[in-house]
Design a protein around this ligand. Structure first.
Ligand SMILES: *Cc1c(COP(=O)(O)O)cnc(C)c1O
Length: 427
């Protein structure tokens, strides 16, 4: 028995499922999770000392690689001055100035502690601003675990929300309507059936929680146009895409301006941070300035801000950084795609920049219904093959692969070799 198995045996006695977030469990691949003891740059080491090339990167945050020196130094420095005060600090102002001066769609921003909180607060703000209660989300898009967003209505076109989790009262989700990703007519139909009642529409502008699904040409602009026409707010949930597909996220990359935007993951540099922001007149609704209440004991924590701000600075200093990431993405994901074709594998590769996903289905994947056609048993075989050869992938078909600036040519070549190895043997 390895150290991870030993730790898991202890963990399951006192932590539900042995993990502090369900995505970490290896349930769907029928294994014991690797317990991690350290990580550096693109590599991560488990409790038995086995080293892997890491494509999870803490589910996105470590875009500059693990153990980035500059981030580490800022954090250590901040720690020396006290961990938390519950009073305003200079670095919070610096963070907000840094963001608002570089993100044209963000006039004001509020810091929170997670992506879940950011989204929950943005929705509350949208409801407060519009005086309307209904919201639209897309099936297959994840927006954190707050009650009203835990709706996974499947083929939910035109259906009011059914909670996707026990413990969520139907009352909390009855105002959550679900549309089909990349299908503007499903959005039009919901607006038509709920005239003047929709507060906001929230979308992952590149969906990255049902695998990776790209917005089709015109989809995001179409959402913008419909929301403007109907007086509803457009919220981009950029918790994954923010500072990843471009510094300004999908809003910058696709040139579509949301009314509100949410951030998480990368913005904390590995610390628990989220943020929501947007147009001044909307953000002025938030307490203590306005009537929408939202608060947080540890929000804007100085140590977390030190990590996050330094990470964002690194991402803006090298003008070429997103090109570099995209090139690495092309080499890895484009390379995998070529192999899938060469071996006639019944798979589909979706990718954009440093985000990618192999779907184990031969058909195009442009929404949740398509994604669900993937063969998760085959994914599990592939996952076990890769893990066994030293590749740390998310243990689910429906998660992205993340690249950092520290992934080397050698890392990518090795990964491609192992994918080829798998495809040869799968034949
Ligand atoms: C991860 C994620 C969230 C939730 O963020 P947490 O920090 O896990 O609460 C929300 N939205 C999207 C798009 C995410 O990927």
């Amino acid at each position: 028995m390895g150290r991870s198995e030993e730790l898991m045996n202890r963990a399951v006695q006192c932590i539900p499922g042995g993990v502090n977030s369900p995505v970490r469990a290896y349930q769907s691949v029928d294994m014991t999770p690797r317990f991690i003891s350290r990580a550096d740059a693109s590599h991560i080491t488990d409790a038995d000392g086995v080293e892997y090339i890491d494509y999870i990167l803490s589910w996105g945050p470590m875009i500059n690689g693990h153990n980035n020196r500059r981030v580490l130094d800022k954090v250590t420095e901040a720690c020396q001055r006290g961990m938390s005060y519950g009073a305003p600090t200079e670095i919070e102002v610096e963070m907000a100035e840094f963001m608002t001066s570089r993100l044209p769609h963000v006039d004001m921003v509020r810091m929170v502690n997670s992506g879940t909180e950011a989204v929950m607060s943005a929705i509350r703000t949208a409801r407060g601003f519009t005086g309307r209660e209904k919201i639209i989300k897309f099936s297959g898009c994840y927006h954190g675990h707050s009650d009203c967003l835990l709706v996974d209505a499947g083929s939910g076109l035109m259906t009011a929300g059914v909670p996707g989790s026990a413990g969520v009262p139907a009352g909390c989700t009855k105002d959550t309507l679900t549309a089909v990703y990349n299908d503007l007519s499903s959005v039009e139909a919901l607006f038509e059936a709920n005239k003047g009642e929709i507060a906001c529409l929230i979308v992952e502008p590149v969906a990255a929680n049902m695998g990776v699904v790209l917005p089709e040409e015109g989809f995001l602009q179409g959402l913008r146009d419909i929301c403007t026409r109907e007086g509803a707010l457009l919220i981009f949930d950029e918790v994954i895409t923010g500072f990843r597909v471009a510094f300004g996220g999908a809003a910058e990359l696709f040139g579509v301006t949301p009314d509100l935007v949410t951030y998480g993951k990368i913005i904390g540099g590995g610390m628990p941070v989220g943020a929501y922001g947007g147009k001044r007149e909307i953000m002025e609704m938030v307490a203590p300035l306005g009537p929408v209440y939202q608060a947080g004991t540890l929000s804007g924590n100085p140590v977390a801000m030190a990590a996050g701000l330094e990470q964002l600075k690194i991402l803006t200093e090298d003008a070429d950084i997103y090109n570099t990431l995209a090139k690495k993405g092309e080499k890895l994901f484009g390379g995998i795609n070529a192999l899938l074709k060469q071996y006639n594998a019944p798979c589909t590769m979706n990718h954009i920049g440093s985000l990618g996903c192999i779907f184990f289905t031969p058909d195009t994947v442009k929404n949740y219904e398509d994604a669900k056609k993937a063969d998760t048993a085959v994914f599990a075989q592939y996952f076990r093959h890769m893990l066994g050869k030293g590749i740390h992938l998310a243990p689910s078909q429906f998660e992205a692969m993340f690249l950092s600036v520290t992934h080397t040519e050698e890392d990518i070549d090795k990964t491609l070799e192992l994918v080829e190895d798998y495809l040869k043997n799968a034949k």
